[in-house]
Design a protein around this ligand. Structure first.
Ligand code: MEV
Length: 334
């Protein structure tokens, strides 16, 4: 059996703004997507995920790829919405397996069964789609160059996220703290960074709107707005503060206010951020947020005193300490 593993990610600053050329900072975290592959001789690949099995004959892969590429083109022409590109999540996995074969110039598709095991919450802004694709491309392809791998993950991910940035792909592939601006990816040196005590994530439930839908809505309202240069300054200052151990509280608070202005922070999360501020901390969404419903995916908390257990969280919310994962996607021996 072969296994590939990719970390999840948390955006520290710059979500949405990165789509308009501002920098974004994201941290790979200690949550993982593991993909297990058991080969056999039958001419099909079976995909086991979330208690369901999907089977695709090897002769069907290229037709699926062509259909999804054409759906994406129709999405770009405004004929389909971003959520109509894929019919079911398994299609993204089969597409990535076929891309792995094409990119690596391999003649044959893998036969056998693939199973996933993940503690990255789905649809939470923690990079589960990018981690899945990165693991599949690494397991079934031979892409040695990291930048190329990131671009290929991003290429597959577009079927899920539409016109998104490289931030998820870059972070899950390279691990550690990643900065992205205008397509340029840098891995930052975190040796001197103390992300230890005081940083948490809180998962507020799967957002009612997908990342793609949030990006579209923000585009309609703010594509040409001056807000992105304000956002750019804040992200720059957060990077400097993190790497030099300076206070981040006011910066995270300011970041939250920008996200509220662009309409991606549901009302219960605005109230929660107020509560965190009253406890002497700061909170912001970390990811796309949501443009409908009461859940907003992931929030990032800076809470110098206590933990999220001291706050009144809604019953289905859960939280953890923010911990860096230094390794990006890799094949692991079993
Ligand atoms: C989603 O994880 C982050 C967004 O900035 C979209 C993107 O960068 O692709 C909202």
């Amino acid at each position: 059996m072969r296994v590939a593993c990719a970390p999840g990610k948390v955006i520290l600053s710059g979500e949405h703004a990165v789509v308009y050329g501002a920098p974004a900072l994201a941290l790979a975290v200690d949550r993982h997507m593991r993909v297990y592959y058991e080969p056999d001789k039958l001419p099909r690949l079976s995909w086991h995920a979330q208690e369901r099995t999907h089977v695709l004959g090897l002769d069907k892969f290229s037709a699926l790829r062509r259909r999804l590429d054409s759906h994406f083109d129709r999405y770009l022409r405004g004929e389909l919405s971003v959520t109509q590109i894929l019919r079911k999540p398994a299609e993204l996995a089969f597409y990535a397996v076929d891309m792995a074969r094409m990119l690596s110039g391999l003649e044959h598709l893998p036969r056998g069964s693939v199973r996933i095991d993940s503690d990255i919450p789905i649809g939470a802004g923690m990079g589960s789609s990018a981690a899945l694709i990165a693991a599949l491309l690494t397991l079934f392809g031979q892409v040695d160059d990291l930048d190329e791998l990131i671009r290929q993950v991003h290429h597959c991910e577009r079927l899920q996220h539409g016109r998104g940035s490289l931030i998820d792909a870059a972070t899950v592939c390279s691990g550690g703290l990643v900065r992205l601006q205008e397509g340029k990816i840098s891995r930052l040196d975190t040796e001197s960074m103390d992300l230890g005590k005081g940083w948490f994530w809180v998962f507020t439930g799967t957002p009612a709107s997908s990342t793609g839908a949030c990006v579209e809505r923000v585009r309609r309202g703010f594509e040409h707005s001056a807000i992105w240069s304000e956002y750019s300054d804040i992200t720059q200052q957060i990077e400097t503060a993190l790497l030099s151990g300076e206070p981040v509280m006011e910066l995270i608070r300011a970041n939250h206010r920008l996200l509220t202005r662009i309409g991606v922070v549901p009302a219960p999360l605005v109230r929660f951020a107020e509560q965190v501020e009253q406890h002497g901390g700061a909170a912001k969404i970390a990811g796309a947020g949501s443009v409908s419903g009461d859940s907003g995916g992931l929030m990032l908390l800076w809470l110098p005193e206590g933990t999220p257990a001291d706050l009144s969280l809604l019953p289905d919310w859960h939280w953890g300490e923010l911990k860096e994962e230094k390794s990006g996607v890799r094949v692991i021996d079993t």
